[in-house]
Design a protein around this ligand. Sequence first.
Ligand SMILES: [Zn+2]
Length: 873
Amino acid sequence: MSFRNTVLAITAILLTANLAAHAQRLSANVHPEHYSLSLTPDLLTATFSGEETIDVTLDAPAQTITLNAAEIEFQSVRAIISDFSPKIQVAEVALDPVKEQATFTFGRELPAAKFSLAIRFSGILNNKLRGFYLSKTKLRNYAVTQFESTDARRAFPCFDEPALKATFDISLTVDAADTVISNTNLIDAHSGPVAGKHTLRFATTPKMSTYLVAFLVGDFKCTEGKSDGVPIRACSTPDKVQLTKFALESAKYVLHYYDNYFGIKYPMPKLDMVALPDFEAGAMENFGCITYRETDLLTDLKTGDIPAKKRVAVVVAHEMAHQWFGDMVTMQWWDNLWLNEGFATWMETKPVAEWRPEWNFTQDDAQTLDDTLNLDAQRTTRTIRATANTPDEINEMFDGIAYGKAGAVIGMVENYLGKETFRQGVHNYLQAHLYANATAEDFWNAQTANSHQPVDKIMASFITQPGVPLLTFSERKATGVPVEQSRFFLSATASDQNQQDQRWTVPVCLKTSAAPVCRILTPEDSTIPIPVDLALPAFYANAAAKGYYRALYSPLQYQAIVAKAETALTPPEKINLLGDRWALVRSGLGKVGDYLDLVLALKQDPNATVLDSVHQQLQKVSSEIATDQDRARLDAIIRREFGPVYAALGAPAKDESYDRQQLRGILFEMLGEAHDPTTLAKAQMLAVRVFAADNKKDKTLDPTLSDAAVLVSAADGNAALYEKLLAVSQNSANPGEKSDALRALPRFHDPVLIQRTLDYVAAGKIRNQDSGAVLDVLLRHRETRDQAWDYIRANWDKVHAQLTVSSGTDLVAATGNFCSVQQREEVSGFFATHPVEASKRALAKAVDGINDCVQLRSLQQPDLNYWLERNAN
Ligand SMILES: [Zn+2]
């Protein structure tokens, strides 16, 4: 699956294995081999009926068979066994709604043999965005599926575990005017069985896991193309089909790229990508039939802006990587979810960066790494591989650790081995497990065997231990640069000494005045050997910013780095340096004043992503450390220092680089947030032009600057501007535009307008998939937080009813932005009596985050005050 980018899922404490949970696993005695599945959904009554036969093998004689089913009613269950008497055995069905299982008990013991289970059942098309569910537009209903992780069992009784792979024959009976899209190609369509219906039958699938099955019913329209001989379609509801062309172009490029990269051809007869009006995740990699939320697939090929195109291309590349990594070769169990998600996350920018080099993915990757290091430096982080048995525990695995950390560790290993060696290892691993399952060990053993490097030791140390290494360097000695390892915490509280003593096997690449020096640092090593003729102290400890660690230097080494940062470091390295120094401030190992000196040293940097990191970190200094008085002085310094940088960029010019446009937008937002009067006036003026009826003709309007202007204006915006954004969020035909407008609504600071947004969410006027993101923005910002928190508690039943599983988790996680002891007590107290599904870890992390913020303020505020005084003029 793919995350929604707007809310970095923030969760995680160590899961403890629990014996009752183990009981939810199915017996190893039964193996499904083939499903023949026929379904008849009724989109008006929101129900469906189904018939299936499951060909199974029983290893040892048994009188009962248990499989998964949830919200399913059974009409009949029979076993059909040749050479057995009687040939047909009827079963009694017992349901266990808690375990989401059904147990079939037969009149006599069944033999160890191959036979078929014939099942008739019915179920509901729910509105919870999981299983077989209803997705609605103003015009009609659609019946669609989302099965990962454990919801195939809501659509048909099945052995719903990733290792229980089988082949599938799927057919659906639907309205004659509707179509169905499923995993494989359509092989038969005929009218009936009743008037007004037709039955569509699909080719047999390869062996695959149940969570990757999909069937989508409605009046979808598609754009068609081909790549390496594989037919590709990008589809949507009929009104949006003109927005599918860009995704199709992306997929054509990516499919050819992956065919070459993996050295294994795309495995399905076709690829469909379908945008669904209601969709919980970003996208889902169903084998041959990828589903998306509309904003992650649809954008205009000609007029779509670059951030929207980047998002679509990256999500397409992520889901397509899963067709090999996840779909063809699947993790044995959910504890190794990182094998799917870490790999797809690492891979998702690779083909797109080759396709569109000007989109600066190396800088995005450095920023993602920095976010992940911060997430993993919380006390409540988890190991990449963690126990998960119940559906709630499994759902909580889809977090920044399984995606971001696993992706970063894979990237670090690739950087150390070299691209081609790593690629060959990937090929060997996939080739050895085609249409089967694999574990972490299978992956790193394949890489170790191919490279003759200790990949197994490196990966094991990062996959099975939580947290981030801190490398502390001292002045060079004759033998090399002395270095010590410890575990880094994003908090100044003294942590458990055992945890601090943690050690890793970590590839370290020092950037020097000559070629980079890359060495594996083992838990026993205390020096990085370097050539004797190498001029030091100038080295940077994370060449190319691919290493998964934080670095702390001696004062002399750090001075040498800052002196050369502007010219000697690449943009990803500068992002990494800023990230390291800001993290050290939060941990108490650095001072906020020194960090702000670095910001001023890099203020002229021409790379947008470097300035974007500065912007985000300054927002935190302002909201988490500064008092009201400090904030006014910090704003004045931001205006004084960054005003001239913005002015020097001049007006937007035709054919300007993407990076320069972004840079202008970021500086404009920074100055607006710092209450620069000229910027505020310009923002108002631009916002008026953006919403002028004929703005499509206004070619002089720069899109990046317009977006920044709308956000800046919203902060002190009035009801008139709010109305305009609300109208766009409701009526725009472009999903990206609609979603941007929706996300601007919680940026208004006027209490009356905050109340309107909250009422709007509570009344269910926003699609459930988006309500979490809106609440997240309200809770994240200091200016809107208190009012939103009061409202959510006072109207909990209404708000809670609007949340899906993941938006509920996001809501709990967002309270981690609070910064007072009182609010911490309120958060723990409130969620203890108002529990939110799959949010245990999110709550622990939120409390952790609040504690860190409280501590950060008391620790760094005096130094901020001192720095502001020194830099006042
Ligand atoms: Zn994924």
